[in-house]
Design a protein around this ligand. Structure first.
Ligand code: NAD
Length: 293
């Protein structure tokens, strides 16, 4: 069992740190929010009062922060300053590939072992320990990170060198955002053509139009498996978070010169939806905007 520092105990990090403690690790947990710290204490972690305390003397440091700017700041001013050479540093946040590469370079220079390990799966998977991790880093980094990540997830996959985990995450979520937009507009068309939507689901879910967005997360209430659509589009994966990931994908496409017209169109749909939505609804709720337009 390892001594692990965990920084960022929000919607995702709270459950992940709790699962590490449950697996028997000694988890020194830090967040800027007192409430999040108290919850981590109740879940078996040792709450600490600053980031340095969650880093000093640890074998592993995990971060789960909102965006690239937070990760850069915590690495530059805290992790790189305090962690001892040989410490495995795992960033599980979803951030841009450039920031992931930069914090890895900074960490390498100090003799730390960096890996980026963004996750697929939402708050329920974080709490339930069933996340999928996409890992970027050296073979040694992956080998050391795998057992720790396995205590928080159901699958841990090595995607390549530093930054490759974020690249895989961004590509996966661009595909998810685009297939959800396509699934939503297809159901809108099916309805306008007079099809019974359950009947159309029964056909398309067994035909070549099938996708995860349809069969695991159907955007139509009462059709397919239980999904946020059956709960007024509450819970699940907020459209604002999908927009964050789509924008990261658009940035990456521009930087790499990839042509992604479907991704661009889907990003515009989420942008318009998030601007108009005051309730923080699930990303599948874009079907409502498409129905109304
Ligand atoms: P969140 O906002 O709930 O949690 C982030 C936490 O980081 C907050 O508690 C905040 O106080 C803390 N924090 C910010 N700056 C800090 C600092 N300098 N030091 C210590 N703590 C600091 O966000 P979340 O939903 O847990 O998401 C975390 C990451 O996971 C994001 O990058 C997000 O894109 C990604 N993600 C989220 C989901 C989801 O369903 N929520 C799914 C997959 C991936």
């Amino acid at each position: 069992m390892a001594k692990i520092g965990f920084i960022g105990l929000g919607n995702m990090g709270g459950g992940m740190a709790a699962n590490l403690a449950k697996a028997g690790h000694e988890v020194h947990a830090f967040d800027l929010s007192g409430e999040a710290l108290a919850r981590a204490g109740e879940a078996g972690c040792h709450p600490v009062s600053d980031a340095a305390e969650a880093i000093r003397g640890m074998e592993v440091v995990v971060t789960m922060l909102p965006a690239g700017e937070h990760v850069r700041k915590v690495y530059e001013y805290e992790i790189v300053m305090t962690a001892s050479p040989g410490t495995l540093v795992i960033d599980c946040s979803t951030i841009d590939v450039g920031s992931a590469e930069d914090v890895a370079t900074m960490s390498d220079a100090k003799g730390l072992i960096p890996v980026d390990a963004p996750v697929s799966g939402g708050i329920a998977a974080a709490n339930g320990g069933t996340l999928t991790f996409m890992v970027g880093g050296s073979k040694e980094g992956f080998k050391r990170a795998e057992p720790i990540l396995s205590d928080m997830g159901k699958a841990v996959i090595h995607a390549g060198s530093n930054g490759a985990g974020q690249a895989a995450k961004i590509c996966n979520n661009m595909l998810l955002g685009s297939t959800m937009a396509a699934t939503c507009e297809t159901f809108v068309l099916a309805k306008k053509l007079g099809l019974d939507l359950q009947n159309f689901y029964d056909i398309s879910s067994k035909a070549s139009g099938q996708s995860w967005s349809m069969t695991s997360y159907c955007p139509v209430p009462g059709v397919g498996p239980q999904s946020p659509a059956d709960n007024g589009y509450e819970g699940g994966f907020a459209a604002a978070l999908m927009l964050k990931d789509m924008r990261l994908a658009m940035e990456a496409a521009q930087a790499s010169g990839a042509d992604v017209p479907m991704g661009e169109r889907a990003t515009a749909i989420y942008e318009a939806f998030v601007e108009a939505d005051s309730q923080g609804l699930d990303f599948s709720a874009i079907i409502k905007a498409l129905e109304d337009s």
